[in-house]
Write a protein that binds this ligand. Structure first.
Ligand SMILES: Nc1ncnc2c1ncn2[C@@H]1O[C@H](COP(=O)(O)OP(=O)(O)O)[C@@H](O)[C@H]1O
Ligand SMILES: [Mg+2]
Length: 245
C-alpha cells in the first residue's frame, strides 16, 4: 500500500469549511488510494461529516481543491460526483418512508439505469448483496437499526460507485451485527471499491482500516497505520483517552 497521494483515486487539498466564525474543517489534506479502506476518526464535532459533505459535493468548500482520479473537480456538486462514481451514506439515515426498501434503493439505481425495470433489477441485486432482499417490499420506515444501516449502504452501492464514503454505519449495532457489516465492507472492497469510513467503534476501525486519519477540531492531527495511530500520544490525549466521544 502506498501513501503517495499521486496515486490517489480521491484527494482533497487544503479542504476548509467555515460556518460563520466556526472553522469546522481547517485546511485538511486527505487522500484515498485505490482499493484502500481509509478510516476517519475524531471526537464528536471534529468535522468528519462536514469533510464527507465536501468530498461528496453535498456542501461547497469554503477553500480547497478536490481531485478525482488525479483531475481537479472545479465546482464539486453531489449529483455530478455521484455520476462520476463517488457514493456516500448519510449519518442520519433518512429513508423515504412512503417508499418500500426496494424503491428506496432504486432511487440510487436510477443514476445508472434509466428504465424502471432495469433500476428495479439492479436495486434487487444490491439488496441481495447486503442481505436485505427479504425486506425488499417492506416500508422504509419499518426497518430495524441494522436493517436501516444496510439499506443506507445499499442506496449508496446502487449508484455503482468506485469510491464509497461510509458515515457511521457501524455505530449502534450489537457485536454480531458489527461483524456482519464489517464482513460486508470487506467484501465491497474486495469487489474493487475504495472506501473512506467514519466510525467511533475503535476496535472495528483498527480491524478494518488499512490507514487512519485523525481529525480534531477541524484539523488533521495524525495519519498512519492503525498500530501507529493507536500508540500516537496526541491521538491518545485528544481522542482515545478523552472519555466520551
Ligand atoms: N450546517 C451546519 N451549520 C453550522 N454548523 C455546522 C453545520 N454542520 C456542522 N456544523 C458544526 O461543524 C462542526 C463539525 O460538525 P460535524 O462535521 O458534524 O462533526 P462530526 O461528524 O465529526 O461529529 C460542529 O461544531 C457542528 O456543530
Ligand atoms: Mg458526524
Amino acid at each position: 500500500m502506498s501513501e503517495h497521494s499521486g496515486e490517489a483515486i480521491l484527494s482533497g487539498k487544503g479542504v476548509t469549511k467555515r460556518f460563520g466564525g466556526l472553522v469546522a474543517v481547517n485546511h485538511v489534506d486527505i487522500h484515498l488510494n485505490k482499493h484502500e479502506i481509509l478510516g476517519l476518526i475524531g471526537p464528536n464535532g471534529a468535522g468528519k461529516t462536514t469533510l464527507f459533505n465536501m468530498l461528496s459535493g453535498t456542501m461547497p468548500m469554503s477553500e480547497g481543491e478536490l481531485r478525482y482520479h488525479g483531475k481537479v473537480i472545479p465546482k464539486p456538486r453531489s449529483n455530478e460526483l455521484c455520476k462520476m462514481g463517488i457514493g456516500r451514506t448519510y449519518q442520519i439515515c433518512q429513508p423515504f418512508s412512503n417508499l418500500t426498501v426496494l424503491e428506496n434503493v432504486m432511487v440510487g439505481a436510477y443514476i445508472r439505469h434509466g428504465k424502471t425495470s432495469e433500476a428495479r433489477d439492479a436495486a434487487y441485486q444490491v439488496l441481495k448483496r447486503v442481505g436485505l432482499e427479504q425486506a425488499a417490499h417492506s416500508g422504509g420506515s419499518a426497518l430495524t437499526l441494522p436493517q436501516l444501516k444496510r439499506m443506507e449502504v445499499a442506496r449508496a452501492l446502487a449508484t455503482e460507485p468506485d469510491v464509497l464514503l461510509l458515515d457511521e454505519v457501524i455505530a449502534g449495532l450489537n457485536p454480531t451485527e458489527v461483524e456482519r457489516i464489517m464482513e460486508l465492507i470487506r467484501e465491497i472492497r474486495a469487489g474493487g471499491m475504495s472506501i473512506i469510513i467514519i466510525e467511533h467503534v475503535m476496535r472495528a476501525m483498527m480491524n478494518l482500516s488499512d490507514r487512519i486519519v485523525v481529525i480534531n477540531q477541524g484539523t488533521k492531527i495524525a495519519e498512519g497505520l492503525p498500530a501507529e495511530i493507536a500508540s500516537n500520544p496526541l491521538v491518545i490525549e485528544s481522542y482515545l483517552g478523552g472519555g466520551k466521544h
